[in-house]
Design a protein around this ligand. Structure first.
Ligand code: SF4
Ligand code: SF4
Length: 424
């Protein structure tokens, strides 16, 4: 448990933080799970109420709160809509930890252990799974439960949603590039989030290429940011991963740290919350978080415009987690000849990590609304900025609107750079 949270009114205990909810209901229509179901318990207000009763010991069956807490997408749309900025996602995570008694599921603990202590073994197992899939043995991978065994069913879902598997792991490739090894004097330090590293290496390649076009770039050669451990309730492991990342960044100089998954970028910026009771580390986390940028906020419009009609989906952790929305829109507008605003662009797509696996029906309902909005624009490409959205939208577009593709903002900018080099 964190016990104390950073809120719009300063540091508060979990109980005081949830008590900031006045139950006005102003946030209800911003909540995708409430809009999809109309159930009060699946609204921000209902979740706050469930947590409050849980903390007060007033629920006859405490486990009954799980339905309300486990169905939250952690998208943060409610916090943006709420005049008091009640931090519902953080409260929901605290509630989940409370219900689990602090422990994460065994698979999540295994993943955390592999990422922290045996990253090379994890990478090898992942490469075996991908090699089997390339050989057309996807069913064998599924039957062996290899990706589930790696600790996260969400990774298995992610792999299922991929038509082609990565040709290699991004970190291996970046480590082999000697020009990216020298962090001294680098303007940009690329932080490879797990998504681009393990599943979508083209996103990382694009971001690094765009950063290199803007100044000296180096690879931070980082481990996991700790978000998975944090979300699964392993707060001590999340702290340890944060300490390692902070120490690595301090040793790498003073460059700006850029991550190209909005979920990870938001978590990196949120490190100070992990150390509210450890002043030394809190000060280091504060200094670290000021150096972090989401790739979506620094990509600039390229001079080469694509013919495709484009639109932009706000990743929850970019818009609601970091307040980033104008910069990536401008970048996409600058990359494409025609830009159409997406209706309900900041509504969650239903990806949200392993949500598509744990709540498949609710996730699909939220996804279909998102794809229908994309189809209404007639766009041929939809840009976004987090791994979860990229995978979920790719899956939804393939099913319901295959005329459109999804791309990370960095990828569109990279394509523009490549076209310029080729004289297009
Ligand atoms: S979370 Fe905010 S907007 Fe929603 S009911 Fe509570 S106080 Fe009102
Ligand atoms: S975080 Fe998203 S899904 Fe959860 S209560 Fe808030 S708006 Fe609803």
């Amino acid at each position: 448990m964190l016990r104390r949270l950073q809120t719009g009114l300063g540091e508060k205990s979990t109980y005081d933080a949830v008590s900031q909810c006045s139950r006005c209901g102003y946030c209800e229509q911003a909540c995708p799970t409430y809009v999809a179901t109309g159930e009060e318990g699946l609204s921000p207000r209902g979740r706050n109420q469930a947590l409050r009763l849980l903390l007060e010991g007033k629920l006859a069956d405490p486990k009954s709160a799980a339905k309300f807490l486990d169905t939250c997408l952690l998208c943060g749309a409610c916090s943006t809509a709420c005049y008091a900025h009640v931090r519902v996602p953080d409260l929901v995570l605290e509630g989940r930890r409370l219900l689990r008694g602090g422990g994460a599921p065994a698979t999540a603990r295994l993943l955390t252990w592999l990422l922290m202590e045996k990253p090379r073994l994890f990478e090898t197992l992942l490469r075996v799974a991908y090699a089997l899939k390339r050989l057309g043995l996807s069913r064998l991978v599924a039957r062996l439960g290899l990706l589930d065994l790696l600790g996260m069913p969400g990774l298995a879902v992610a792999e299922e949603h991929l038509e082609t598997v990565p040709d290699g792991l991004l970190a291996h490739e970046l480590r082999d590039r000697s020009e990216l090894a020298d962090t001294k004097g680098a303007r940009w330090l690329y932080f490879a989030p797990c998504g681009p590293n393990f599943v979508l290496p083209n996103v990382g390649r694009a971001t690094v290429a765009v950063l290199e076009s803007k100044g000296k770039t180096a690879f931070l050669n980082n481990g996991c940011c700790g978000l998975l451990a944090y979300n699964y309730g392993e707060v001590e492991d999340a702290r340890e991963m944060a300490r390692r990342t902070i120490s690595r960044a301090e040793a790498a100089g003073e460059g700006t740290i850029v991550a190209d998954c909005s979920s990870c970028a938001a978590h990196l910026k949120g490190y100070p919350q992990l150390f509210l009771e450890q002043p030394d580390w809190k000060a280091r986390a504060d200094a670290f978080s000021k150096r972090v940028r989401d790739a979506a906020e620094i990509i600039e419009p390229g001079p080469v415009k694509r013919e495709e009609k484009a639109t932009y989906h706000d990743s929850c952790r970019a818009k609601h987690g970091q307040g980033i929305s104008a910069a990536p829109r401008e970048a996409v507008k600058g990359c494409c000849r025609e830009f159409v605003e997406l209706p309900e662009s900041d509504a969650c797509c239903g990806g949200a990590g392993a949500f598509a696996f744990t709540q498949p029906e609710l996730s699909d309902e939220v996804l279909r609304r998102k794809i229908s909005n994309i189809a209404s624009t007639g766009a041929k490409v939809v840009a976004t900025s987090s791994t979860s959205c990229l995978l979920q939208l790719a899956h939804g577009l393939a099913q319901y609107y295959p005329e459109c593709r999804v791309a990370h903002v960095s990828e569109l900018a990279w394509e523009g750079l490549a076209n310029r080099r080729n004289g297009c």
